[in-house]
Design a protein around this ligand. Structure first.
Ligand code: PEP
Ligand code: MG
Length: 582
């Protein structure tokens, strides 16, 4: 009989194969006393293990960057930074000196202190970072025990093709090891969908379901498994018809992928001739090059937070160099640089942490433009760098998380000041660089015309707009079921926003994840959207949906649905939109 186990869908894709129950070599961390004369030697042992763990991470970085790209690399860099943090190395050293304990134990007690602090954090995302600290410390403890990466698992075969590894948990290093051995899919009992191992699995394209409770005891070695990474489900011992059904899904998916290559150079035009602008969200040069290969219309969202997450705030020249390399990779297409959106789930050492963390609801606190208007020196440095970049290519400036007109006016004043400063130093800039704003706050959405009046273009950040409109934290899996783009309130809000913009001719883009989700492409077209910005990997799928849509008919279906009145939620809007095309 088929058994279906559910967990967190962390990485799309289907894997079909045999289960391998991996036994982890659990480290036994014991405590023993160090004699006073041996304390220095113990500290040296700790330092050597820290050094060696760092070396392991650097090797891992080189290994995964080739196959998983810069996003994975950044994640490993975060682990390297954590390793260098004084709350780990220095604090453990202090414990050895003061408590005369062994290095493993010093790290373990320090880990418990750190985890206790993380547990008190309100923010789910920050809490989930505790998992990363534990993994980093575990690496050092492994080094202290001289257990190599490939000995973390007791019984892992060299070749893992057609094998789905089932394990209690996974570190990024272990995941890279499984990847190198060709693992088909991964099931873990623990681990959050926001963990770095989860992000890495997704970047490497390994289908994975995390957090499948009791997987180790419910699954048996060698039994057939189907892992559906889209749904977060693992089927054990499926019958042959079910396996064939999934093979068919794999074949359809692969045909679909091939068909997408054929539309790479086709214009993004709907059946009724509406021309759609398709831009990408990108922050790394390799992503921008990928977008150029897809014939994208430019970068609609260039997030700049990564510049501020490497440590101290980058100076004007450093920022300019980054923007310039993006401009060059774009080869004349526009680059929309978003000013830093730090705060809430995006923290940075460049900022005063106490200011950000002390607040009960960080997502409602001092983030993005609110923070920039508080720390205007940091903000103005960025504005100057963006202005200087505008002399070197087609650059637009986009401000996140706007709430009021007052904020826009303050940004404009600071931009004027930045221009005057550049003029004094003889630095060139484009005097007519466009200024846009992100609409992510529901009140700003309802006042979209008032804000838009002062701006050259608008971009709707549906990720945040939905979280605020539905009061459902975007990183809290416990309320993920409420995060519904088809909620009638959300559809009405979006309808209002597009109708307002189109009426007064305000250019508007959607740059949240919704823009790259082809299930909603027809809805967005029906709402009147003509400019999308999305992850480059989604561009061709969305283009395909555009090519197959008559926007006029889709609009009629949407208007019909909106007039259905109370109880309309029972009628599937997406089905109505599909039927309108037949
Ligand atoms: C959004 O909120 O939709 C958006 C694009 O911004 P971010 O995901 O970076 O918050
Ligand atoms: Mg946002």
């Amino acid at each position: 009989m088929t058994l279906a186990l559910t967990g967190h869908a962390v990485s799309r894709g289907i894997a079909i194969g045999q289960a391998h129950l991996a036994e982890r070599n659990e480290l036994e961390i014991g405590e023993y006393r160090i004699q006073a004369e041996n304390v220095e030697a113990e500290v040296d042992r700790l330092q050597a293990a820290l050094h060696s763990a760092r070396h392991q991470l650097e090797l891992l970085d080189q290994r995964v960057t080739r196959s998983a790209g810069m996003a994975a690399s950044e994640m490993i860099q975060t682990h390297i930074l954590m390793l260098a943090d004084s709350s780990i190395g220095d604090a453990a050293e202090q414990r050895i000196r003061e408590e005369f304990c062994n290095a493993e134990w010093a790290l373990q007690t320090q880990l418990e202190t750190i985890l206790a602090e993380f547990r008190d954090m309100e923010d789910e995302y920050i809490r989930s970072r505790g998992e990363d600290v534990a993994q980093v410390i575990h690496m050092v403890q492994v080094e202290l025990g001289k257990v190599g990466d490939d000995r973390v698992f007791e019984n892992i075969p060299d070749r893992l093709a057609d094998t789905l590894v089932v394990t209690s948990e996974l570190t990024p290093g272990e995941l890279a090891l499984l990847h190198e051995r060709g693992v088909a899919g991964i099931v873990t009992e623990h681990g959050s969908p926001y963990s770095h191992a989860a992000i890495l699995a997704s970047s490497l394209g390994i289908p994975a379901v995390f957090g499948v409770r009791l997987a180790h005891s419910l699954l048996t070695e060698g039994e057939n498994l189907i892992l559906d990474g889209r749904l977060g489900v693992v089927y054990a011992d499926p019958d042959p018809a079910f396996i064939e059904h999934y093979h068919e899904i794999e074949r359809i998916t692969s045909r679909f992928r091939k068909s997408l290559d054929d539309i790479r150079d086709k214009p993004a035009r709907s059946l009724d001739g509406a021309h759609i602008l398709l831009q990408v969200n990108a922050e790394r040069e390799d992503e921008i090059r990928l977008a150029a290969g897809l014939a994208a219309d430019g970068v609609g969202l260039y997030r700049t937070e990564f510049l501020f997450m490497r440590g101290a705030a980058p100076d004007e020249e450093t920022q300019l160099a980054e923007y310039l390399s993006a401009i060059q990779a774009l080869d004349g297409k526009p680059l929309t640089i978003r000013t830093m959106d730090l705060g809430a789930d995006k923290t940075s050492e460049a900022l005063d942490f106490s200011l950000l963390r002390s607040t009960l609801n960080p997502a409602l606190g001092l983030r993005a433009i609110r923070l920039c208007l508080r720390d205007t020196d940091l903000f103005k440095t960025q504005l100057r760098a963006i202005l200087r970049a505008s002399a070197l290519g087609k650059v637009r400036c986009l401000v996140p998380m706007l709430t009021s007109v007052h904020e826009i006016l303050m940004v404009k004043t600071l931009l004027d000041e930045a221009r005057s400063e550049l003029k004094i130093c003889g630095q060139a800039f484009d005097p007519s660089m466009e200024l846009g704003g992100m609409i992510e706050v529901p009140a700003a959405a309802l006042a979209i015309e008032d804000l838009g009046y002062h701006l050259d273009f608008l971009s709707i950040g549906t990720n945040d707009l939905l979280q605020y409109a539905l009061a459902a934290d975007r990183v809290d899996e416990q309320v993920a079921h409420l995060y519904d783009p088809l909620h009638p309130g959300v559809v009405r809000l979006l309808h209002y926003m597009f109708a307002s913009c189109n009426e007064v001719g305000l250019p508007v883009t959607v740059c949240g994840e919704l823009a790259g989700d082809r299930r909603y492409t027809r809805l967005l077209l029906a709402l009147g959207l003509r400019s999308f910005s999305m992850h480059p990997g989604r561009l061709l799928e969305v283009k395909q949906a555009i090519i197959e849509t008559d926007t006029g008919r889709a609009k009629e279906a949407l208007e019909y649905w909106l007039k259905l009145g109370a109880g309309r939620q029972d009628v599937s809007l997406l089905r109505l939109l599909d039927q309108s095309q037949k």
